[in-house]
Ligand binder design. Sequence first.
Ligand SMILES: Cc1cc2nc3c(=O)[nH]c(=O)nc-3n(C[C@H](O)[C@H](O)[C@H](O)COP(=O)(O)O)c2cc1C
Length: 183
Amino acid sequence: MSALDAVRARQSWSKVDDTAPSREELLTYVAAAGRVADHSSLRPWRLIELRGSDREALGAAIAKAEGDKSPSSKPLRAPLLIAVVASFRKSEKVPHWEQEAVASGVAHMLSLLLDEAGWGVLWRTGSYTRSKAVAKAHGLEKNEVLLGWLYVGKKPAGKKPGRRKAVDARKLLTRMPKKKSKK
Ligand SMILES: Cc1cc2nc3c(=O)[nH]c(=O)nc-3n(C[C@H](O)[C@H](O)[C@H](O)COP(=O)(O)O)c2cc1C
């Protein structure tokens, strides 16, 4: 499949079955996704695999962040969650927003590779994404923030994801405004 075909075919899957890609398979995609454009090659990102009871630990952290008594069941919606972490490096030249753009690019690229390999993916966040409790559960350092989680699992047989609106490229690709001539 060409890159163009893979991007055109990609869709998010909100419901997935209970089978997940192995760590070995993931390593291949992560190494490829890490090839995104990266100013000064800072590698300002890392990923954390959440499987099995890790998801329950996240559910407990979400509850703590939200002030709820019982753990959130949200992380149980897929067998594998991949936490996307921006790890800011010290740099005179590359501000944090550029480093977040790199981490975000890795997540988009990884989503595409997983989708193309037949796995269902949905990037999710929530008001708790940057809470203290959730950061602690992931063991984040002071220079790190979460960009959310890729929820990954097997695409359910015989089902299709929701329909997507077509992208109006002519409207979204424009030119610089013309300078007004002085009268
Ligand atoms: C940073 C980020 C956070 C997102 N958070 C959520 C979320 O919490 N819940 C959700 O339903 N979709 C979320 N989305 C959108 C879905 O991942 C998905 O892109 C959307 O449902 C559209 O589906 P499509 O990717 O097939 O076009 C998020 C996307 C991004 C990039």
